[in-house]
Design a protein around this ligand. Structure first.
Ligand code: CTP
Ligand code: CA
Length: 224
């Protein structure tokens, strides 16, 4: 059709986005998790939907809301639930943007009852969670894959290594060096690194603007 919506650059594209933290249960009342407001992922979902994409947004626990008619929210709690939901939809998507702050480790055993305080010290044995991004990088075909990297040192070098090991087209490096970037604030300072080794540095911007920059970067690479 030639209506105005069909002219949008992401019309007909299905985009998968992960957002927020994951919570890994210790017992019925406690968990291990990362700091993450979910704001960046929700802003990306909005920016993509505004350009006509059908968005599946898989998010860990967050206060963020979305009311865009093109965004379907699938709430999850743990890394394992996020892994399963991502693999349920991955076959159908054109683009995947994994912005979630997934817990890298989870308790090896989850107690059925609340653990009572007893000894002066207490040890929890942890095991690795599955790397969701790497698992879809391994089966990516011709889908466009975007990851995030949160680094505190050797930032560019570490981000390039993640881009390569996870088979990505684009990685978004989040700088924690900058005040006003990162958790709990509405601004972010990012650097895009592409699979062709282009390094594109951006100014400190609102997360909404960073989301628009990211979608534009994806469109540029898809057009190239
Ligand atoms: N990621 C994921 N599943 C995990 C861990 C990470 O999908 N179990 C994704 C994140 O959503 C992000 C990217 O992998 O897009 C990089 O996450 P990051 O924490 O920066 O890197 P890790 O590979 O986990 O390595 P490390 O934390 O040791 O730096
Ligand atoms: Ca990690």
């Amino acid at each position: 059709s030639n209506d105005i919506l069909s002219q949008l650059p992401l019309n007909g594209k299905h985009i998968l986005i992960t957002a927020g933290p994951t919570y890994e249960a210790i017992d019925p009342v406690r968990f291990i998790g990362n700091h993450s407001s979910g704001k960046m992922g929700f802003e990306i979902a909005n920016a993509a939907a505004n350009l006509g994409a059908n968005v599946t947004l898989i998010s860990g626990p967050t206060h963020q809301k979305t009311d865009h008619s093109l965004v379907t929210l699938i709430p999850v709690v743990s890394a394992e639930e996020m892994y399963n939901e991502v693999h349920n939809v991955f076959y159908d998507v054109d683009i995947a943007i994994l912005a979630a702050a997934v817990a890298d480790y989870k308790p090896k055993k989850v107690a059925n009852q609340k653990i009572k305080k007893k000894d002066a010290t207490f040890t929890i044995e942890l095991e690795k969670t599955k790397d969701i991004l790497k698992s879809i990088g391994d089966i990516k075909d011709n889908k466009f894959l975007v990851g995030f990297a949160l680094e505190t040192n050797n930032e560019i070098e570490n981000a390039k290594a993640k881009l390569k090991s996870k088979n990505l087209d684009l990685i978004v490096l989040n700088s924690l060096q900058d005040k006003g970037a990162g958790f709990g604030v509405s601004t972010n300072k990012v650097t895009f690194i592409t699979s062709k080794n282009n390094v594109i540095e951006h100014e400190l911007k609102s997360k909404a603007e960073v989301a628009e920059d990211l979608i534009q970067q994806i469109l540029n690479q898809l057009d190239a």
